[in-house]
Design a protein. Sequence first.
Length: 148
Amino acid sequence: MTVTFTNEGDIFAAGTQAIGLALAANGQAAATPFATTLHDRYPVFVSEYGKRGRAGTLLPGSVWLWRDAQPWLVGLIVRETPHSPARLRFIEQAILALYRDWQREGLRGLALPRLADPPEWRAVRDMLGHYLDALPLHIVVYEHVPGG
């Protein structure tokens, strides 16, 4: 299958088995409409995310899979804090973890938001295609997530 990129639609209505989230290692989210929607839809996830961040168990570059929701939530830890930039090395480590572990984790489909700010997005977009394009997964990347 291939990675599909889109500028339209609602990531929460993607119809995929899992939704990826670009998260900070400290367990805090920036005050955005996307974060508010996440909190409203998945309050237990947001609470657990905060606990894990305060405990220091979310390492930059890692992936945290939350199966207690439908769709599943896949936290890609790409920032140290919600106000720090997403680091390319953390994004690449998280993508490689997905590449390595997708089958063991039972992933069949994934919707991802844009994982970096515009200056770095081109490199991240190429990285996603390079690592994930050959996987037999349905992957949709939402390049524009309102409030994201």
